[in-house]
Design a protein around this ligand. Structure first.
Ligand SMILES: [Zn+2]
Length: 182
């Protein structure tokens, strides 16, 4: 590991019971991915894909380390899941992500034909599953997602806020804008 690019995250990972595979369980795995992102000096956003009660994709934001603007947690996890399942159609799968997907990732979720998307923190600035726009509401699409919001929201928001507070990327107000007005 490159010592120069590592960062100390003050939040510990969590170890939920494997017995109850509910939304909170899979979002906790995504939360742990977000902590891994912080440890690599990336904005702490994590994603996990569930299929048949098992994680088939797990990734975190890697935009800085790869220099690739498409290396969002969701995109990387989707590629993993499609490879694991041997099919680009992810019908029956659920995407868990710690922040509402951006335009690119909301589009990718639709193109991948997920059954569900579950996110923690709404993003009133860039979120495209209801935050600033709702791609899922486009009537001409023949596939729609079932969207669940707010799972583990407080924890994932605190992680993001603390990261920006520490890194001072754009100041605290940049993060406050990510909050839903209600
Ligand atoms: Zn994205």
């Amino acid at each position: 590991m490159n010592g120069d690019s590592s960062s100390t995250c003050p939040f510990p990972k969590r170890y939920p019971s494997q017995l109850l595979r509910d939304d909170t369980f899979f979002m906790t795995l995504a939360y742990n991915q977000a902590i891994d992102a912080w440890r690599r000096n990336e904005v702490p956003i994590g994603a996990v894909i569930e299929y048949g009660g098992e994680p088939v994709g797990a990734a975190h934001n890697e935009v800085e380390s790869t220099g690739d603007p498409t290396a969002h947690a969701e995109m990387l996890a989707i590629t993993q899941a499609a490879r694991a399942l041997g099919d680009w159609r992810l019908n029956g799968a659920t995407l868990y992500v710690t922040k509402e997907p951006c335009p690119m990732c909301s589009g990718a979720a639709l193109m991948s034909r997920f059954t569900r998307v579950v996110y923690a923190v709404p993003d009133a600035k860039m979120g495209c599953l209801g935050g600033v726009a709702d791609l899922n509401g486009i009537a001409s699409l023949n596939h729609h997602l079932t969207v669940t919001r707010g799972v583990l929201e407080d924890d994932c928001l605190e992680l993001l806020r603390a990261f920006f507070r520490e890194k001072r990327l754009g100041g605290p107000s940049a993060v406050d804008e990510m909050e839903s007005p209600d």
